[in-house]
Design a protein around this ligand. Structure first.
Ligand code: ATP
Ligand code: SF4
Ligand code: MG
Length: 316
């Protein structure tokens, strides 16, 4: 199966604290990430806050340029040019964490959903637009009587359904979902995840899903990537990584998410170090129960430990 998203050795460095007379400090938000998401597949990225998940998502969405490395979408190199970005809008759409923040509050539901159509399909008549919006609202389970409501008049789950309808308006091939349910009540999370599952099955969509919640990724993804301090520590088929994690950080995340299944793993101690001063050697060594002198000295490369399963640990 061909890759829809192909990321090769992507880095992102931000300058923080820069001013007129100060150069500021380099903050490496993403370091050397390579991954591929097959057409129609679902890749889940997990990791603690600040691990670089959203930065990587922004790079894939074209909202940020990588400092180094390349991104190809459906075989096309994303070079930052306006033509590539405009093409990207028609085949890849974001769905973000905060549906309120990402929806224009002055628009009603109908306007929010038909805006992408009005921009990209200028020839559509008013009747055709109404028909398309009604179909999209029905597909995401929103009654048409909500079409004239504004975001503030909707529940969190309804707002996220509007965001999904809007993202689907141009019939994209791929959705980048950055924490799509983490702002919702637990009872509503499952409904929105099921909707995303149904949309993927019906439309053959490719998903890049980001969540700090391993259970969400386990439910939705075929492949999982575990990020820590900007780098992938482990990636592979989701069942394999969850059943036989090879990196101590993945084991700790599983233990935290599933205390019973992960009871043999050591709980995670301490906090994520500052990306402005990353630890030497293996970046995980200050928190790793298995760290040795070699780990403090030498960074472990990501290497294949089983078919399609990669881990960055000297002991993997
Ligand atoms: N525009 C920016 N300028 C400077 N630093 C940034 C910028 N955006 C992100 N960062 C930093 O890059 C690192 C990665 O941030 P990112 O938002 O990608 O993490 P995340 O994994 O999505 O975290 P969370 O789970 O909290 O959403 C963090 O240290 C963050 O402070
Ligand atoms: S390389 Fe060493 S410190 Fe890093 S995860 Fe493996 S055992 Fe732990
Ligand atoms: Mg984020």
């Amino acid at each position: 199966m061909s890759a829809f998203i192909s990321i090769t050795d992507v880095h992102k460095v931000y300058r923080v604290g820069a001013g007129m007379l100060r150069r500021g400090q380099a903050l490496q938000a993403v370091r050397g990430v390579s991954l591929a998401v097959a057409k129609g597949a679902s890749y889940g990225l997990v990791g603690e806050s600040g691990s670089g998940k959203s930065t990587l998502a922004k790079i894939v969405m074209g909202a940020e340029r990588p400092s180094a490395g390349t991104v190809q979408i459906d075989g096309r190199l994303m070079d930052g040019r306006a033509s590539a970005l405009s093409w990207l809008r028609t085949c890849l759409q974001p769905v973000l964490q905060d549906p309120y923040g990402s929806l224009n509050p002055t628009f009603c539901v109908r306007q929010l959903v038909d805006e992408p159509l009005r921009i990209h399909h200028k020839g559509l008549s008013a009747r055709e637009l109404t028909l398309r919006v009604n179909t999209l609202l029905a597909q995401v389970g929103l009654p048409t009587h909500l079409a004239l409501r504004h975001p503030r008049e909707l529940s969190g789950g309804q707002k996220q359904r509007v965001a999904i309808a809007r993202a689907l308006a141009l019939s994209p091939q791929c959705l980048v979902l950055d924490e799509p349910v983490s702002a919702l009540d637990v009872s509503v999370q499952a409904q929105v995840l099921n909707l995303l599952d149904d949309m993927q099955a019906e439309r053959g969509l490719t998903y890049l899903l980001i969540s700090h919640d391993l259970a969400v990724v386990a439910h939705m993804s075929d492949h999982v990537g575990v990020m820590y301090l900007g780098a992938l520590q482990e990636q592979g088929p989701v069942e394999q990584v969850l059943a036989a994690p090879r990196h101590p950080y993945t084991r700790a995340l599983i233990a935290a998410a599933e205390p019973v299944r992960g009871r043999l793993a050591e709980p995670l101690q301490g906090e994520v170090p500052s990306p402005l001063a990353p630890p030497s050697g293996c970046v995980f060594h200050p928190r790793c129960p298995a760290a040795s002198a070699r780990c403090r000295r030498e960074a472990p490369p990501l290497r294949q430990v089983a078919q399609g399963h990669w881990a960055a640990c000297h002991n993997a």
